[in-house]
Write a protein that binds this ligand. Sequence first.
Ligand code: G1P
Ligand code: ZN
Length: 544
Amino acid sequence: MVPTVIPTQPFGDQRPGTSGLRKKVRVFQQPHYLENFVQAIFDTQPNLRGAALVVGGDGRFYNRTAVQIILRLAAANGVARVLVGRGGLLSTPAVSCLIRKYGTAGGIVLSASHNPGGPDADFGIKFNVANGGPAPESVTEAIFARTQTIDRYQILETPDLNLDQIGRTQLGAMQVEVIDPVADYAALMESRFDFPAIRALFASGRFRMRFDAMHAVTGPYAKEILERRLGAPEGTVLHGTPLEDFGGGHPDPNLAHAKELVARTQGPAGLDFAAASDGDGDRNMILGKDFFVTPSDSLAVLAANAQLIPSYARGIAGVARSMPTSQAVDRVAEQLGIPCYETPTGWKFFGNLLDAGRISLCGEESFGTGSDHVREKDGLWAVLFWLNLLAVRKQSVAQIVRDHWRQFGRNYYTRHDYEGVDADAAKGLMDHLHSLLPALPGKTFGAHQVVYADDFAYTDPVDGSRSTGQGIRIGLQGGSRLIFRLSGTGTQGATLRVYLESFESDPNNQTGETQAVMAPLVQLAEELAEIQKRTGRKKPDVIT
Ligand code: G1P
Ligand code: ZN
């Protein structure tokens, strides 16, 4: 079958952000828009010719259409074989798992992660490389550069394939294999955790949990793993059917968007454990009875307890966290005598460290936790890690975290987001902060003395590549910090993120209410960044 060559013109706006190209669905629906981007992947990644590729997405609106288009482009560009999840579904960690397990040359993930779905909402596409992780900056930049000059793409003009039935078909010379989206991932999880111990926990009948799949991709994964393989009662998984618009919700597992789940953990009848994941299954939120575990604390607790888990029984090599993530895990690494790396925001920066065996666990404050088992953050993996821990330690979530604070100190932590801010105002605010930096070290504001103030830059210790302009970092005496960053994943205006961290080593002062403890730091952030004056916002849109 001969590919058709279609003339096209560049779209100027196809630079991938923190995690791929993310735009409104309507933008993706423009003729040639998706095709140009995908052709740019094939034009810049010649190793895909004759190779295998994994394709799937989180099931949001346009997922099915996009998968069909990508398959036709892949066939026209000489890809030999594509593994695609049934119904076009694959969670992001499952894509990573499949790339690694079957040694494919890469994968294409369709998702806008935690952003809402539907015809008026968001869509996204991300290219993952052969290690199973998001493409490094050199690759995403090359793809972007190609989109700026592209003048044609190649496609097969064939009818849609049936993606709802498992099995093999041909698309021109390319083999398409529709696979069970869950099986390989579930097997990987079973190999990493003590399933019999978790099964016993559920069988005891004294442990009540719910997992909220938020009508996104993890529903089928959670049902198979929690309810079928681990014997959790039916109904443990809430909102378990993936919907194109996620039921109209915001598939973002945090205190603002998973309110219903949070409520179920509160009061005398509260659940012992609850967790949620996002649109594409890579994020996680962990809750105990009347207790919210911050993602930063979660990473620290997992690192401190890793040896209780079969896959880390012999210890962990090192840990990494994104720059805005709290320094809780740094303290664990120090005690364990292992390295701790501070990387820019975005999962792609963990890939080299994981590949080189320098780290075993990594995480971000934005509800992302992961390890060397794949090259993406992994929501259900984190939930299973916690379940394994609860089964072994036989304590509540709150007891485990409070014990942790007593031993390592508590890093109070909160993130304040100002969404849809005027882009120029946001840039002005960051420029203003920038201009303050040189004079800040040594200055005192109330009880706070600035130790360092910089614009975070990172040199990858493995390949030496350098990333600059990764956010403003202000370190205070005693281990507290203020961080300012503009989001790289928003699709409307700018999102200003202010990250606040306050360290408390005294076990008698570790039960404060986070926002109250943070009030002085919030005030300092306002004083330095002039948020109200510059953005017109009196308070953040989302507080986590
Ligand atoms: C956000 C998070 C970041 C995460 C990314 C993709 O990016 O802050 O930690 O890696 O989503 O899930 P941001 O919008 O801040 O650029
Ligand atoms: Zn996600």
